[in-house]
Design a protein around this ligand. Structure first.
Ligand SMILES: [Fe+2]
Ligand SMILES: [Fe+2]
Length: 193
């Protein structure tokens, strides 16, 4: 069972990992992550996270075009909904592999970072609530547009609010997870290989 969450460490408000969890990054700092010699699993991990960041920025840009009145809700819907579906599918799959396979293995590999891994696992629960909200508001937008409803703009606004809320939290999680996982794999190898 996980420890009860420490409020100072909740995803919505923490500014980064506490110093206790950063010893791995100190041993293998970010400046060294860019080399081609980085462990392939760590490289794939960073690539995957880069994809989430790019995808998120792309959806944010689509919403901004709509907010600037440059496109109407049905036009936004045509590009945003498929992008959202793909994003959520990838993110959910990534979290399942991490929480189900990598996190337990990394914890066994480096018991000293167990509390950090538990924190990342709790982040997934917090992000899951955002995923559900994105599914819900995305579906509501789709139904409004498909049904020719006149309030599609309101539905876009609801979805945009959810995206705005989820964005910084997901970004925080990606950064913090990297600060633990990338140096750990770089220094100790992939525990699932
Ligand atoms: Fe994660
Ligand atoms: Fe991740």
């Amino acid at each position: 069972m996980s420890e009860p969450p420490d409020d100072a460490l909740t995803l919505a408000s923490r500014p980064g990992l506490p110093a206790d969890y950063l010893y791995l990054r100190e041993a293998f700092p970010r400046e060294r992550w860019t080399t081609g010699a980085l462990h392939p699993t760590a490289r794939r991990w960073l690539h995957m996270h880069g994809g989430f960041r790019a995808h998120q920025a792309e959806m944010g840009a689509m919403v901004e075009v709509w907010r600037a009145d440059a496109i109407d809700a049905p036009t936004l819907h045509r590009t945003l909904i498929p992008a959202l579906q793909q994003f959520l599918q990838h993110l959910d799959g990534h979290h399942r592999i991490e929480s189900g396979h990598y996190f337990p293995a990394l914890r066994r590999l480096e018991p000293r970072i167990a509390a950090g891994i538990e924190l990342l696992d709790r982040d997934h629960d917090a992000i899951h609530a955002h995923i559900e909200a994105m599914v819900r508001t995305g579906r509501a937008l789709h139904e409004a547009v498909a049904g020719g409803a006149t309030d599609a703009g309101d539905r876009v606004e609801r979805l945009a609010e959810v995206l705005d809320l989820a964005g910084p939290q997901l970004a925080r999680h990606l950064d913090d997870e990297e600060d633990i996982v990338i140096p750990l794999i770089a220094l100790r190898g992939d525990p699932l290989e």
